[in-house]
Design a protein around this ligand. Structure first.
Ligand SMILES: Nc1ncnc2c1ncn2[C@@H]1O[C@H](COP(=O)(O)OP(=O)(O)OP(=O)(O)O)[C@@H](O)[C@H]1O
Ligand SMILES: [Mg+2]
Length: 248
């Protein structure tokens, strides 16, 4: 794999233990909070699959709509493919062979335009992006720390510890874990929710920054900021967005 070495970027990569765990909603919430604090932070979804641009349903469009950032969806998500497949395959169906170097190059205008970037991954850390790179390789190449979004429900300990271990194997610093209740959680039906965060902290040594509750209304930036203030320890996220020193 070619080494890409972009210039040092100020950013945070929001990954998750799976697809559908709440990366987009958490990315939007953190972005809205940072922008409310005065940081000109942008969003970047290096590759997305599952729907075309234009109907407002892709992650890039949802991120822009919720945060109110004035940016073209094509700039936020330079590679969008319609097939509901892992990005590497969805791209191939459209006759595109993705390469890590090109994925990163497409984000450079965003890197230059904003003081910092929140980058949303696709699925989890071991999702194929190119013929020889997984999402974790993109994170490592960007040299930015990762935040793990995990389900708060049963099964999350296993998924979160595996995700953390894979990121560490690739020397990616981890800011912490945000547990997300998601849209269907009935806390009373799942006694594991009360102890999952503590056990994840114990076995991983990571900090669980909080538990993002189920939102019962359409997300907007005011409501997301309010939710972050109430439920998430935000200081480690602010600290992570300091400029990362160049390596090598
Ligand atoms: N805390 C929450 N409250 C209410 N709905 C939620 C919450 N978290 C996630 N959802 C909903 O669950 C679905 C999946 O969440 P989201 O799109 O953020 O996941 P994701 O990890 O970004 O998925 P992908 O891998 O497709 O990028 C969405 O419809 C979202 O609106
Ligand atoms: Mg998403």
């Amino acid at each position: 794999m070619n080494k890409v070495n972009p210039e040092a970027i100020r950013g945070l990569f929001v990954t998750g233990t799976d697809t559908g765990v709440g990366k987009t909603i958490v990315t939007a919430a953190i972005t809205a909070m940072l922008r409310a604090e005065g940081l000109n932070v942008g969003v970047w979804k290096p590759v997305q699959s599952g729907a075309p641009l234009g109907k407002g349903v892709t992650d890039a469009e949802r991120l822009l709509q919720i945060t109110g950032i004035d940016e073209r969806p094509e700039a936020v998500a330079p590679f969008t493919f319609e097939a509901p497949l892992t990005p590497m395959l969805a791209a191939k169906q459209d006759g595109v062979t993705l390469r890590l170097k090109e994925l990163i190059a497409a984000g450079i205008p965003l890197i230059k335009r904003y003081e910092a970037l929140l980058v949303e991954g696709a699925g989890g850390v071991a999702v194929p992006l190119t013929d020889d790179a997984l999402v974790v390789d993109l994170i490592a190449e960007l040299r930015i720390p990762a935040l793990i979004v995990a389900r708060s429900s049963l099964g999350t300990i296993n998924h979160t510890l595996l995700t953390a271990s894979f990121l560490r194997y690739h020397a990616v610093p981890i800011v912490g874990v945000i547990m997300n209740d998601g849209e269907v959680t009935e806390p009373n039906d799942d006694p594991s929710i009360a102890t999952n965060a503590e056990l994840i902290e114990h076995y991983s040594g990571l900090k669980v920054l909080g538990q993002f509750p189920c939102l019962h209304a359409e997300a907007n930036s005011e409501m997301l900021i309010h939710t972050i203030r109430k439920t998430i320890q935000f200081e480690p996220i602010r600290q992570a967005l300091a400029v990362q020193p160049m390596r090598g």
